[in-house]
Design a protein around this ligand. Structure first.
Ligand code: ZN
Ligand code: ZN
Length: 347
């Protein structure tokens, strides 16, 4: 086995350490609650059964959304965003950055691509060899371009993006609720053990720790959940919160915001019954997004309507990828003629 291959295998295995840690904590919390609290400590059958029913309800939703976040494959740009072979050859042979940029601009004209690099150039990934769709970024850990990339999360060992952002927000929500259920029901027994009203048993250690750990996790999860709920309301990804997307008319941190209700619907879907379950209900195909204020080349506007019908939504025709990069930053201003489309919502 080549050393570089062995190193990559070790790195991949190590990346699962945080997931293993979280699962061990969850496994122990399940044992401490069900066996040590409900079986050995609670004396009353009615109380025991009602606690077990509520606990298992939240436990199931928490685990379901957690594993959906972990197992959802990041969505990649469709083949429509790759350069046609003739243009690709030209692009690779060309040494001058401004001529390469002209090739990209010509190809991008038929794609629903409105965001640019900070220097005004078409965003191109040299590793995946694709024109990056709006809100798409290259993840150096996953070694691929990820649609509507939010961030790479070590706790789920996966990229959080278009394919699983809803699951990620639900995972944080159910993690917080799971901790609330534990704290609320364990508290009276915590106090009884603490004040020595209950005799010391082997359950004491588990119940005292269970309360502390649940309270600690609740505080850390709530700060992250609060931040992501705010991002959903503003229709921003974590990356966009740190660096505003650049449109042909300049950076605009609210460029994708369509008003609170529509922003929430973009992630969670239109139907309220889909919101609480970790099943995919986000709107769109991840390749193009409605913008609040778009400066569109009229020629490109027509192609958007065509492309929206063509691009596969499940990322099946995604490209093979490799490498590690940030957004390309070639300097070239965009001289396209522009029209303005105002949406009705406020950011
Ligand atoms: Zn890439
Ligand atoms: Zn990633």
């Amino acid at each position: 086995m080549a050393p570089s291959h062995a190193f990559r295998c070790c790195k991949r295995a190590l990346n699962w350490t945080p997931v293993l840690f979280i699962n061990l904590v969850i496994g122990w919390s399940y044992y401490a609650y069900v066996v040590e609290l409900c079986v050995y400590t609670i004396p009353n059958d009615a109380e025991r059964i009602s606690y077990l029913v509520v606990f298992h309800l939240f436990f199931a939703m928490f685990i379901w959304s957690y594993w959906k976040t972990i197992l959802s494959k990041p969505a990649n740009p469709s083949v429509a965003f790759a350069l046609p072979s003739a243009d690709k050859e030209l692009y690779e042979r060309e040494q001058r950055a401004e001529v390469q940029q002209e090739i990209l601009k010509r190809v991008a004209r038929s794609l629903p691509v409105y965001t640019r690099t900070a220097g005004g150039a078409i965003r191109y990934c040299d590793f995946c060899q694709v024109i990056k769709p709006d809100r798409c970024h290259h993840c150096s850990t996953c070694e691929m371009c990820v649609l509507k990339m939010d961030h790479h999360c070590p706790w789920v060992n996966n990229c959080v993006g278009f394919s699983n952002y809803k699951f990620f927000v639900l995972f944080l929500t159910y993690a917080a609720l799971y901790c609330v259920v534990i704290c609320a029901t364990v508290m009276q027994y915590f106090i009884k053990f603490w004040t020595k009203e209950l005799h010391d048993t082997h359950a004491k250690f588990h119940i005292l720790f269970l309360f502390f750990v649940a309270a600690l996790f609740f505080i850390s999860v709530m700060s992250l959940l609060g931040y992501h709920l705010w991002l959903v309301g503003k229709n921003r990804t974590t990356i966009e919160a740190f660096r505003a997307p650049v449109f042909p008319n300049g950076p605009d941190k609210n460029g994708f915001s369509l008003g609170f209700r529509r922003n929430v619907a973009e992630v969670f879907g239109d139907r309220a019954k889909d919101w609480i379950f970790p099943v995919f209900s986000s709107q769109g195909d991840g390749h193009s997004f409605v913008t609040r204020l778009v400066h569109i080349d009229p020629e490109q506007a027509n192609s958007v309507l065509q492309q929206n019908g063509k691009i596969p939504s499940d990322g099946e025709n995604s490209l093979g990828v490799e490498g590690d990069t940030e957004d390309s930053r070639k300097e070239k201003t965009d001289g396209d003629q522009t029209v303005v489309v105002m949406m009705d919502g406020k950011p």
